[in-house]
Design a protein around this ligand. Structure first.
Ligand code: FAD
Length: 472
């Protein structure tokens, strides 16, 4: 068999946010770059079956909930009517628009995009196969950005129409009357928000004892009290049996004191975490090292144990977030170009796009206690916040964590509407090394939600006048 052969400076494998960001940065730095993608669409999980479609559907959920909430203050709408085909078309339109935007940007940068599955031949070449076509690419450097996929559970039967992973759930195959979600992490909670707003009765079950266990309880309690009206969350629960039935699955789970509970669900979504996409790459052949969870090991320059092979994004493990991967993508390109850059952020922000949203960056109070850090927290409840009250969503809280001695901000968590947007200021303040005066003395616009960050800092300082000053 004869193979087409290509020589290049950099090959990026995977066109998700990490991959396309690094390919674009490489090209902008003048490096001859090729981007490989095994599916026909660019953009990876984030764009096709992750961040973007989930946020499109969550936007609909938010509007539905907000219009329902208006009923209590004298504005009534009739019950929403769902045209699932139209919703699906709109969501797919958003994906296609962004995906073709990536393709255009690759073209404008003269990046060659090759569709096909890549696998290593040795440390300097890969084979890309697409149907009958095969290409060997010889490279100086390669950036692995092959991402991750949903974990499966062995005891859950397969059935694409009724047993879902997040990709199937986002394709809106149907709206089940009863949906069981296994896993109360970010994806499980976001999907519960979507499907409950579209009319499904949703139960989430999880074996862990605490919801969002890494977050502070005061933040989680506000979140839980708000969402428990929309869906059920059963913690400490384990599935004992799943029996396929004509119109769904009879699921038995243990309740407290080992009492069994059995219920019929029309569909089950498994959302128990993600694993790396390394199988097809043939990494054993070249001796790439992985950690105990099979994510690629990298150093601060994003190099693997082989000096011309870099790895970025989900395939390098937690936090598995698009913005982490994009940032890594830039650093890897710059290191290959010869800059002395490292991936060393103080913080990576996280947002749970439910209703209310939960957002956190830097240290939580829990972590500060665990790490024996001398800290003080300042909490501003949104029922004192003019913008929140006047917008009919005063259920919320902004919480900042300051170092007691340096008075620098080291973390922040927000629960409430638009919490994710408020995180920008907190993240920047931490990266810039701001202390409490910097935040408390910066004039924030009134009435806004981000004012709550300024007011939290005033609580820490003891200068607050918008609520009782306990430090007076
Ligand atoms: P991916 O996006 O997984 O892309 C990897 C690409 O590599 C894929 O296109 C794949 O086809 C390709 N590939 C794999 N193997 C090969 C091969 N051998 N040859 C060629 N190509 C290959 N993150 C956020 O920050 N915010 C969110 O709101 C958010 N929401 C999410 C919602 C859901 C439902 C899910 C599942 C994830 C969400 N994430 C979110 C996580 C985010 O999608 C990932 O962190 C991000 O996509 C990782 O980017 P990546 O480039 O590392 O990998």
């Amino acid at each position: 068999m004869s193979y087409k052969k290509i020589y290049t400076q950099v090959v990026v494998i995977g066109s998700g946010p990490s991959g396309y960001s690094s390919a674009f940065r490489c090209s902008d730095l003048g490096l001859d770059t090729i981007l490989i993608e095994k599916y026909n669409n660019l953009g990876g999980v984030c764009l096709n079956v992750g961040c973007i479609p989930s946020k499109s559907l969550l936007h609909i959920s938010k509007v539905i909930k907000e219009s329902k909430n208006l009923f209590n203050i004298g504005v009534a709408f009739s019950k929403p009517i769902f045209d699932i085909n139209k919703i699906r078309q709109w969501k797919d339109g958003v994906i296609n628009k962004l995906s073709s935007g990536i393709k255009n940007m690759a073209n404008q940068r003269n990046i060659e995009v090759i569709f096909g599955n890549a696998q290593f031949l040795d440390k300097k070449s890969i084979l890309v196969k697409n149907g009958d076509e095969s290409i060997i690419i010889f490279f100086e450097n390669v950036i692995i950005a092959v991402g991750s996929r949903s974990k499966k559970l062995k005891y859950v039967p397969s059935d694409d129409f009724r047993i879902w992973d997040s990709s199937i759930a986002l394709s809106l195959p149907h709206i089940p009357d009863n949906l069981l979600i296994i896993g109360s992490g970010i994806i499980g909670l976001e999907m519960a928000t979507v499907y409950s707003s579209l009319g499904s009765q949703v139960d989430i079950i999880d074996s862990s004892h605490e919801l969002l266990s890494h977050l502070d309880r005061d933040i989680v309690n506000i979140f839980y009290n708000a969402v428990k009206k929309d869906f059920n969350i059963f913690l400490n629960s384990e599935i004992k049996e799943i029996v396929p039935e004509k119109n769904g699955f009879l699921v038995s789970r243990n309740k407290e004191n080992n009492v069994r509970n059995t219920k019929l669900y029309n569909a089950i979504l498994v959302a128990v975490g993600r694993e790396s996409n390394l199988e097809s790459l043939n990494i054993n052949k070249i001796g790439l090292e992985v950690d105990c969870n099979r994510f690629l090991k990298i150093d601060k320059k994003l190099r693997t144990n082989i000096s011309n092979i870099y790895a970025i994004g989900d395939v390098t493990g937690q936090p598995m977030l698009a913005h982490k991967g994009m940032h890594q993508g830039h650093i890897a390109a710059e290191v290959i170009f010869g800059k002395n850059h490292v991936f060393n952020p103080y913080v990576v922000p996280c947002v749970l796009y439910t209703d209310p949203e939960v957002a956190w960056v830097g240290m939580t109070e829990k972590e500060a206690i665990h790490n024996k850090i001398e800290y003080e927290s300042a909490v501003f409840p949104w029922n004192f916040l003019g913008k929140a009250i006047s917008s009919n969503f005063s259920c919320g809280m902004t919480k900042l964590i300051f170092h007691s001695k340096t008075r620098k901000i080291i973390g922040g968590s927000v629960v409430g509407s638009h919490a994710g947007e408020l995180l920008g200021e907190i993240g920047l303040a931490i990266e810039m090394g701001c202390d409490v005066e910097d935040i408390a003395l910066t004039i924030h616009a009134h009435p806004t939600l981000y004012e709550s960050i300024n007011l939290s800092a005033q609580i820490f300082q003891g200068t607050i006048t918008d609520m009782l000053n306990l430090k007076k």
